[in-house]
Design a binder for this molecule. Structure first.
Ligand code: AMP
Ligand code: ZN
Length: 472
């Protein structure tokens, strides 16, 4: 690998210092990246996907310019309490669906991976689950107790002592002395904590019977924030070059994680904190209560290529709040089709390595290195597409490289995406089989089923092909 000194610099906005900061490999070998992953009690919505895409944009760019990456993303399957701090989100959902909590976690984790695949999001090197890292958390909590940063409360919960970490609040700007008692930002039994802003690292089981573990402090379960310290330090070998998450995680989740991790290694554990702004849908916050939660599968049901969602996200800067709509998704779908059609035309010429192409690509890379200015890069891509003076061969070369950075599968034929969900792929396979066995009534039934799912099937002498149907 090249040494980091020779590589172009990627500047990102660090939430803690509120400044652009160069992304660097602290060990000179790889970039160590940690992203907060999903709590797997429900399907991730398109807002969550915007945040998960953020790591992918950085990783594609960093890989493109020559960095090696080690990326860890956790799966929270225990310890994340509901907004009213009454119940673990996984246990509440297990009750609602009359299923085992581990089954709930398994179902929604699998769906999360399917959604990532549909959006061409680079998978992490490892997805540690909270429930499988209990020992790591015990070790970390023990160490914090030894160092007097944590204590066992009268309720047998273990608490982090916020006042032992004077720079608490540096990421979010929330200062300990202005966090009022009674402000409900953390679950606890009243009176068991020494200070109102302390938070639970380990919670006593009390009446809870599922997802509990034995510990030096009695049966219980971990607090949510502790998993990210334990996993990031363990799987990234003691330091994080870049930590990502949605803006809502700044406080208390990332403040608490920073306090825990820094107190373990006695220095800053994260070099750069990157936060993505939230997504609104048609002007409103997505919420179950407003009935406007949109999933990737909803796009597929409306015959919109999931990569159109990816394109919509790229059209907006990650640090700005963004409003998504069905109209913008449809427009992005059409733009993808147009680019794919143009590429088919350009492919009549040979791709041409040229100085002109190299300069155009380096300008696009420079936009991305400038705090991921994807809208500016896309503007350039549009003008390259439309240019009368750039030859088709050069356009082909540029789009080929762009596809690696933007992950839009532009070299798929128009109206196709390789990212067909598994269950639809399975129906296509069954239909192929039915046709080859001469079972035409079954193949017609499966054609109708595919059509209901937004897929048109065509039969030719070379076999079956398919494309997305797009509705108005
Ligand atoms: P959760 O599964 O609720 O823990 O959320 C997973 C990730 O999605 C976190 O990094 C959140 O910050 C992020 N997130 C939640 N809601 C939105 C939204 N509307 N837009 C963008 N990111 C979000
Ligand atoms: Zn986290």
């Amino acid at each position: 690998m090249m040494t980091t000194k020779e590589l172009p610099v990627i500047n990102l906005f660090d939430t803690k210092t509120r400044k652009l900061q160069a992304l660097k490999s602290s060990d000179g070998k790889s970039l160590r990246i940690y992203g907060c992953g999903p709590t797997v009690y429900r399907d991730a919505h398109v807002g969550n996907m915007r945040t998960f895409l953020l790591s992918d944009i950085v990783i594609r760019l960093a890989k493109y310019i020559g960095y090696e990456i080690r990326f860890i993303q956790n799966i929270t399957d225990v310890g994340h309490m509901s907004e009213d701090f009454v119940e673990d989100k996984i246990l509440a959902q297990a009750k609602a669906e009359s299923k085992d909590p581990y089954e709930i976690a398994k179902i929604y984790e699998a769906r999360f991976h399917t959604d990532l695949k549909l959006l061409n999001i680079t998978p992490a090197d490892k997805y540690p689950k909270a429930s499988e890292c209990i020992d790591l958390m015990h070790n970390l909590i023990n160490e914090l107790i030894k160092k007097d940063h944590a204590y066992v409360g009268s309720d047998n919960c273990v608490y982090f002592s916020a006042q032992t970490f004077p720079s608490y609040g540096a990421i979010s700007g929330n200062r300990l002395d202005s966090l009022k008692p009674g402000h409900r930002f953390e679950y606890s039994e009243a009176g068991a904590k020494r200070f109102h802003a302390d938070w639970a690292l380990w919670k006593a089981a009390e009446n809870r019977t599922q997802m509990i573990w034995n510990s030096p402090w009695g049966n219980g379960f971990p607090g949510w924030h502790v998993e990210c310290s334990a996993m990031s330090l363990h799987y990234l070998n003691g330091f994080v070059d870049l930590h990502l998450g949605g803006i809502d995680l700044r406080f208390p989740h990332h403040e608490n994680e920073r306090a825990q991790s820094n107190c373990i290694i006695d220095k800053e554990a994260v070099a750069l904190w990157l936060h993505g702004e939230h997504l609104l849908f048609e002007g409103r916050k997505m919420a179950k209560s407003s009935n406007n939660v949109v999933l990737v599968s909803d796009l597929i049901a409306r015959n919109i290529d999931p990569l159109a969602l990816r394109l919509c996200f790229l059209e907006n800067r990650y640090r700005s709040q963004m409003d998504l709509s069905w109209d913008s998704l449809k427009a992005a779908h059409q733009l993808l089709q147009r680019w794919r059609e143009k590429i088919l035309i350009w492919q009549a010429s040979d791709s041409m390595q040229s100085d002109e192409g190299e300069i155009l690509i380096s300008q696009i890379v420079a936009d991305l290195c400038d705090d991921l200015d994807t809208p500016r890069a896309l503007q350039k891509i549009r003008s390259i597409e439309k240019s009368q003076s750039i030859s088709d061969g050069v356009k082909l070369e540029v789009f080929n490289k762009i596809d690696k950075l933007f992950g839009l599968d532009l070299f798929n034929p128009p109206n196709q995406s390789k990212n067909l969900p598994d269950h639809l792929n399975e129906i296509l396979i069954q239909r192929q089989k039915a046709r080859s066995e001469g079972n035409f009534s079954e193949s017609d039934r499966l054609r109708d089923l595919l059509s209901e799912n937004g897929i048109a099937v065509n039969d030719s002498k070379d076999g079956q092909t398919w494309n997305w149907l797009i509705s108005d």
